[in-house]
Structures are given as C-alpha cells and as structure tokens.
Design a protein around this ligand. Structure first.
Ligand code: TMP
Ligand code: ASP
Length: 253
C-alpha cells in the first residue's frame, strides 16, 4: 500500500492528500479533547460515529443548497472533501443558554434565548480561541465584511435546518460551532461550510429527559459518550451496526 501524504493533523481529524488536485481526504480519529486539549482521551468508535453523523448532515445541507466542502463518503472513518482555505474564525450559534455563555453572563443553563445569537472566536489554541467581534475580524484581515455576512447568513440557515432536523428526532439543538473555508474556483472564491458537524461541536439535549447527547459528557466527566453519540446516529437513521462481540462459546442444544 502506498503511503498517503498527510497534509494536516488536528485534534480530532487528519487531512490527507486526495485522489485529484483540489481534493483532500478527511479522516476522523477517536481522539477526544477539551479545554484546548488539556483534557484528552482516546474513545473507541467516536471517529466512526462522527464521520457518519457529519456525512449525513453535510449531504442534507448540500441538498438544500448550503455550499459545503463535502464531496462523498469514502469509508467508516473518511470522507472526500474539497480543499479550502480555512477562515480562522469559529462561528458559534446559540438557541438556549449553556456552557460559556451561562458562565460569562450568569444565565441559567436551559434558558431559551430571546433570539438565536451568533458569536465569533479567533481560531488560535495558544490564545485559547478568544471571543472576538466583527471589528477584530475585519481589522486584522481574518475575513472581509462580505465573508462575515456570508458566514452569518449560512450559519443561520444551518441553525434553522438543524433545529428542525433534530427536533423531529426528539433532540433540542442548544448550540453549535461551525467553521467555514474559502473555495477557489478559477477566478471565483466563495465561502463554504467546512470541518464537521457532529456531537463533538454541538450541544444536543433529549427533548423529553434533557439528557446530554454530546461532548459535554466528556468535558463534565459524565461517561457514556459513545452510547450518546450512538443514540444520535440511531435516531438519524445512520447507525453503523457492528457485530455483537462474541463472549465465548455458546451452548448448542
Ligand atoms: P461554549 O459554550 O463552550 O462556548 O461552546 C459553544 C458551542 O461550541 C458548543 O456546542 C461546543 C462548541 N465548541 C466547539 O466545538 N469547540 C470549542 O473549542 C468550543 C470552546 C466550543
Ligand atoms: N475541542 C476543543 C479542545 O480541545 C475544546 C472543546 O471542544 O471543548 O480542546
């Protein structure tokens, strides 16, 4: 087997050179990190679940005309994507107060927000991804005003779509983080959704029980992360059924 060229390795994914120019292979690892990777663990099967869930969501978004980097699924852990230039801004959309918003502003977790709120964070681990304003983003040249408008419009469309998708399977979309990239097509450049959408970067609460079905289970040492992600995949209809492990000889009558 020939070795593929590794283009980039992040905390949860690896990008390899793709089969054609302008494409990459996005590989989902089992590595799980939080708090700028000061907390880390390898959780068996997480990468497979995130690959499946993200692939399903990106396919649906492509179908409704939200441009994304996703081309097609390749295998259990990998997908073919278009190579984009990542805009170094994490876009968070919140519908319900939780996490850093609750902490910072003293709003009880679970409080429904008066409207969806968009926040920007500068993607820089050394600086712990600080929250920034549109002023910072344009002044420092991380994105143009037009690109910010595009990211906000796409983030709100994604929020509306995902809110409905999850509500239909008994899950409340509390908040999520997305990343965008610049796709160069000849003379043209446009903003497309990149990275992933999975329980690693969303808060997903069961509508009936309020059970957390997302990475907060890891951040808050609650356990049961894979079971929670499996439940999300199962409800979306994309659970990869694995063979039950044989526990030894079975009695044959
Ligand atoms: P926060 O409440 O910690 O700011 O997180 C908001 C949302 O963004 C939540 O769904 C988790 C997600 N998120 C990431 O995907 N990556 C990150 O590095 C952080 C801090 C949050
Ligand atoms: N993924 C980020 C990190 O490791 C943080 C998080 O999602 O909480 O460090």
């Amino acid at each position: 087997m020939s070795r593929r060229r590794r283009v980039y390795e992040g905390k949860a994914k690896v990008l390899y050179e793709g089969p054609e120019p302008g494409t990459l292979v996005q590989h989902f690892k089992d590595d799980t990190t939080a708090f700028d990777a000061t907390k880390r663990e390898v959780i068996d099967g997480k990468g497979v679940l995130n690959n499946r869930i993200s692939e399903y969501i990106f396919t649906k978004l492509n179908e409704i005309g939200v441009p994304t980097h996703f081309i097609r699924a390749l295998n259990m852990r990998e997908q073919l994507i278009r190579e984009v230039e990542i805009i170094p801004v994490e876009v968070v959309v919140r519908n319900v107060a939780a996490g850093s918003l609750s902490k910072k502003l003293g709003i009880d977790e679970g409080t429904v927000l008066p409207r969806s709120i968009i926040e920007f964070y500068y993607k820089n681990d050394e600086l712990h991804d600080p929250m920034v304003s549109e002023e910072h983003i344009t002044a420092f040249g991380w994105a143009t005003p037009q690109e910010i408008d595009d990211m906000m419009a796409l983030a709100l469309r994604i929020n509306d779509f995902l809110t409905g998708l999850f509500l239909g399977i008994g899950i409340r979309l509390v908040d999520f983080k997305v990343e965008f990239g610049r796709l160069y097509e000849g003379e043209m450049v446009r903003v497309v959704l990149a990275d992933e959408i999975s329980p690693d970067c969303c808060r997903l609460w069961d509508t009936r029980t309020n059970d957390k079905l997302d990475k907060d289970r890891f951040r808050r040492d609650m356990g049961g992360l894979v079971e929670a992600y499996q439940e999300v995949a199962r409800r979306l209809g994309v659970l990869v059924e694995t063979e039950p492990k044989r526990r030894g000889p079975t009695l044959v009558k």
